[in-house]
Design a protein around this ligand. Structure first.
Ligand SMILES: Cc1ncc(COP(=O)(O)O)c(C=O)c1O
Length: 418
C-alpha cells in the first residue's frame, strides 16, 4: 500500500535489527549479555522509591486530566530551582517546557528553528540527529570525530560547515561514547557560534544551538559538566537545552523531559508539542515536581546510581584494557559520564572458524553475539562509516556480574579469529 514519500524513505533503527538477532537467540534459549539498548532494566535499576510513591499518590488524587500545554507550573518551578542549584543556570518557568520525555523536545526544537533544506550540523557518532533531519527534509551535515578527541567534536572540525547553518546539535555527556566536552573545547565552539551569528543580518535566522545534556547528572569522578550558556552568557538567546528525568532517575518509561531556552522559541515549541499531544502524563509531572527538589533524596539516589553504573563501565573498560595488554586488537576509552563505554574491536577482514571473513563492524558484532553471547552497537548505527571498528556498550540493562562473566567469553571468541 502506497504511503507518503517521507514514510517510505525513513530509515529504521539499526539497533532494532540487532535486537531482532538477540531476541531470536534468546528464543532458542541462549543467554545473551545485551549491551545494546540505551535503557535500564528497571528490576536492576528501579526509579527512586519516593518518585514511584509520588506517582501512585498523584493517580490516587485523580491528577489524570490534560496537563497545561507547557507543563504543570509546579514542575516548571521545580525544574527552575533544580537547574539553578545543580548547574548554576538561571531559567524562569516561562523559559521551560515539559514534554513526554526528551524526544518531543528535540523534535520540536528542529521544527521550531529548521526549515526544509536548511543545514543542520552535528557530529558522528551522535544519537538520532540524522533521523530528525530526515523528518524535516533538512540537510544533515555529519562531522566525523576522532578517537584521540574521545569522539567529541572540536571547533576546528565544525567550523568549515557552520556558515549559513540553521542549527548546531551537540550533546555532552555524549550518547554513544560516554565521553564529555572539556571546558576549553566547548568554549572554542561557543566562540565559533558567536562569531557566525555576528555575520547574520537582522531578518536572517541566527545559528541556533541545541545542547542535549540529558546525562549531565551522570558524570564520574572529577569529570565536570560544562554548558554553553554558563561559559558564554551571550549565547542565551540561541541555546535550546534538552534535559529530563529519563536517564538520571532511570525513569525512561516515566516520560518526563524538560527543555529550556529563549522564551520566544520555547513558546513555539510549546505550540508544536501541543499539536502532537506529546505532553508528559500529568500524574508523573506532579510527582516529579515534588521529587526533584528533595535534595537529600535526589543526591542519595544519584550517588548510588552513578556508583553502580560506573562499576559496570569500569569492569568492562578494565577487561578490555587487559585484553589489549595481552595483544588483542581492542581498546576502550575511560568512562566519563552517561551509561556508555566506547570500545574498539578491530577484527575486520579476520576469518571465523567456519571460514567467514568479517567485513565490517556489523559482522564483528554479529560474530560476538553468536560466539561470545554479548551484543554491542557499532558506531555505524550512529553515523560513522562501516569501516570504523568502534562500538557502544550500554550497561544499564545488565548486572555487574553479567559483564564480568562476559569478558572471558570475548577473549575466547576473539582468539578463534585468524
Ligand atoms: C542523548 C539523548 N537525548 C535524548 C534522549 C531521549 O530521551 P527520552 O527517553 O527522555 O525521550 C536519549 C535517549 O536515549 C539520549 O540518549
Amino acid at each position: 500500500m502506497k504511503v507518503s514519500a517521507l514514510a517510505e524513505n525513513l530509515r529504521g533503527s539499526e539497533i532494532i535489527k540487532i535486537a531482532g538477532e538477540i531476541n531470536e537467540l534468546k528464543r532458542q534459549g541462549q543467554n545473551i549479555a545485551n549491551l545494546t539498548i540505551g535503557d535500564y532494566d528497571s528490576n536492576i535499576y528501579p526509579i527512586p522509591a519516593e518518585l514511584k510513591q509520588g506517582i501512585v499518590d498523584a493517580y490516587a488524587d485523580n491528577q489524570t486530566n490534560y496537563p497545561p500545554a507547557d507543563g504543570v507550573l509546579l514542575l516548571r518551578e521545580s525544574v527552575s530551582v533544580f537547574l539553578n542549584k545543580r548547574l548554576g543556570l538561571d531559567y524562569k518557568p516561562n523559559q521551560i517546557l515539559i514534554s513526554g520525555g526528551s524526544r518531543p523536545l528535540i523534535y520540536s526544537t528542529y521544527l521550531a528553528v529548521v526549515d526544509e533544506g536548511d543545514k543542520v550540523v552535528f557530529p558522528a557518532p551522535s544519537w538520532n540527529n540524522n533521523h530528525y533531519c530526515d523528518l524535516l527534509k533538512a540537510e544533515g551535515v555529519m562531522v566525523q570525530t576522532k578517537p584521540e578527541n574521545n569522539f567529541m567534536p572540536t571547533a576546528d572540525e565544525l567550523r568549515p560547515h557552520i556558515k549559513g547553518a540553521a542549527l548546531l546539535a551537540l550533546c555532552s555527556p555524549l550518547n554513544p561514547t560516554g565521553t564529555m566536552f572539556h571546558k576549553k573545547d566547548l568554549e572554542e565552539i561557543c566562540d565559533m557560534v558567536i562569531a557566525e551569528n555576528k555575520t547574520r543580518i537582522a531578518d536572517q535566522k541566527p545559528l541556533y544551538f541545541l545542547y542535549d545534556q540529558i546525562y549531565s547528572q551522570l558524570t564520574f569522578g572529577d569529570n565536570q559538566h560544562f554548558d554553553p550558556v554558563t561559559l558564554r552568557p551571550e549565547l542565551k538567546d540561541y541555546v535550546i537545552f534538552i534535559d529530563g528525568a529519563s536517564k538520571c532517575f532511570a525513569a525512561t518509561g516515566v516520560r518526563v523531559g524538560w527543555g529550556f531556552g529563549p522564551a520566544g522559541v520555547i513558546d513555539n515549541m510549546k505550540a508544536i508539542v501541543g499539536h502532537m499531544g506529546a505532553w508528559s502524563p500529568k500524574a508523573e509531572q506532579v510527582a516529579m515536581a515534588k521529587y526533584i527538589v528533595e535534595d537529600d533524596k535526589v543526591n542519595g539516589y544519584l550517588d548510588t546510581l552513578k556508583s553502580r553504573v560506573q562499576a559496570s563501565l569500569n569492569a568492562l573498560h578494565n577487561g578490555f584494557q587487559e585484553l589489549k595488554a595481552d595483544g588483542f586488537n581492542v581498546d576502550s576509552i575511560a568512562p566519563m559520564g552517561a551509561i556508555y563505554l566506547t570500545l574498539k574491536i578491530d577484527y575486520s577482514s579476520k576469518t571465523t572458524p567456519d571460514g567467514t571473513v568479517l567485513k565490517d563492524s556489523a559482522d564483528i558484532n554479529f560474530y560476538l553475539i553468536k560466539e561470545a553471547k554479548i551484543a554491542f552497537v557499532p558506531f555505524s548505527a550512529f553515523g560513522t562509516d562501516d569501516s570504523v571498528n568502534w562500538f557502544r556498550a550500554s550497561v544499564g540493562a545488565c548486572t555487574l556480574e553479567d559483564i564480568e562473566q562476559a569478558i572471558p567469553r570475548i577473549r575466547v571468541a576473539l582468539s578463534k579469529l585468524v
